[in-house]
Unconditional design. Structure first.
Length: 361
């Protein structure tokens, strides 16, 4: 019997947003499988090319592909299944499905901290990542990261050393260890009942465009995101942006003002991220964050008018100019300047330079 969710996840050139539109319209992968070309084209955002790929895909033997994957010890989970992590299912542009190698918890209900940072980090940065992750593991919480070189690898290694649960989210298939230099960490995660996760099918080779999307899953699985070392234009700040969008707490490790590897972290702190100056104090603080955060989010919504919420939702930790905001919101120039002035006055945003704005964390 065909696994309809697996089929939907493997249709060539049908991306996550199109899949989400299909699910929103039809309700399930099984229903989508039965749609005619005419019915598919009635769904907003589904093009003739998408419809053609969907119809062509029904000729492939997905049962054999699915069985081959299971034989490799790889699980497949879709949002239609109870085992799919609930917190991941609710993020913007949530993955429709994930592939899991190793031990996926029956319930993703433990406090989880993402540790991210520079690939080419300093010895100090690697040491800090290991120390923080080790303390998190000792507390019984989980560690998630991207298994990249540098800080990510340090996060996994620190958790593994304390026999904690750690999960690596990859920008390639779960059957591929990337970078190869982390093969020992990859193997140890699997040996110690951790998990390797990806939204990309087994056999997918790593490529640059896949990694930014991977970062939203790292943030999505976490309650708290910690940035250890990052340059001002580091990919780790993409994870921080996703964390902000998803309502996660963000912390950063401060560094020297002349150190390029500290520029991104120091900027996050300037924008309102939590500061990690003592690991034990950090652990005490995040135990209370859950209750505090919900109240802050609700209060923020109560304090903002509809047009203010729209503009605020378009901002992130990366400065955006008025032109970008006009394009995204469709608000007229005089009105958007009024909205920005109100957001500044309420303390929700900062003007970094003239007409460039960021959210406050």
């Amino acid at each position: 019997m065909i696994n309809y969710a697996y089929w939907l996840s493997n249709i060539p050139e049908v991306g996550i947003r199109t899949r989400n539109r299909l699910i929103a319209a039809a309700g399930s992968a099984r229903e989508i499988y039965g749609l005619t070309e005419k019915q598919l084209l009635l769904i907003p955002g589904v093009t003739e090319k998408h419809a053609a790929r969907i119809l062509e895909s029904r000729k492939k033997d997905y049962d054999a592909m699915f069985e081959g994957m299971i034989e490799q010890g790889i699980w497949f989970l879709s949002r239609e299944e109870q085992l799919f992590p609930e917190r991941l299912a609710t993020i913007p542009d949530a993955p429709y499905s994930i592939y899991v190698k190793g031990n996926m918890p029956a319930e993703w209900n433990k406090k989880t901290v993402a540790i991210v940072g520079a690939r080419r980090c300093s010895a100090y940065g690697r040491s800090v990542a290991e120390k923080i992750a080790g303390k998190i593991a000792e507390s019984g919480a989980w560690v998630v990261s991207g298994m990249a070189s540098g800080v990510d690898g340090g996060g996994h290694a620190g958790a593994l050393e304390k026999n904690g649960y750690t999960c690596a989210v990859l920008g390639c298939g779960v059957d591929i260890c990337y970078p190869r230099s982390n093969i020992r960490i990859y193997q140890e995660i699997l040996e110690k009942n951790g998990a390797v996760i990806s939204e990309y099918p087994p056999g997918t080779n790593p490529s640059a465009p896949l990694f930014p999307a991977r970062n939203r899953i790292i943030a999505g699985l976490a309650d708290v995101v910690v940035v250890v070392e990052a340059k001002i234009k580091s990919g780790s700040l993409i994870t921080a942006d996703y964390a902000l969008e998803q309502g996660r707490d963000i912390y950063a490790v401060p560094g020297r003002i002349y150190d390029a590897l500290s520029g991104g972290c120091n900027n996050l702190i300037r924008q309102g991220a939590g500061i990690i100056s003592d690991v034990d104090e950090f652990l005490k603080e995040i135990e209370l964050q859950g209750e505090i955060n919900t109240g802050e989010d609700n209060l923020k919504n109560l304090l903002l008018e509809k047009d203010e919420r729209l503009v605020y939702s378009c901002l992130s930790l990366r400065p955006k100019n008025v032109g970008e905001l006009l394009e995204k919101t469709g608000i007229l120039v005089p009105d958007i300047m009024d909205v920005l002035a109100r957001l500044l006055q309420k303390g929700f945003i900062t003007e970094t330079v003239k007409n460039y704005y960021i959210r406050k964390i």
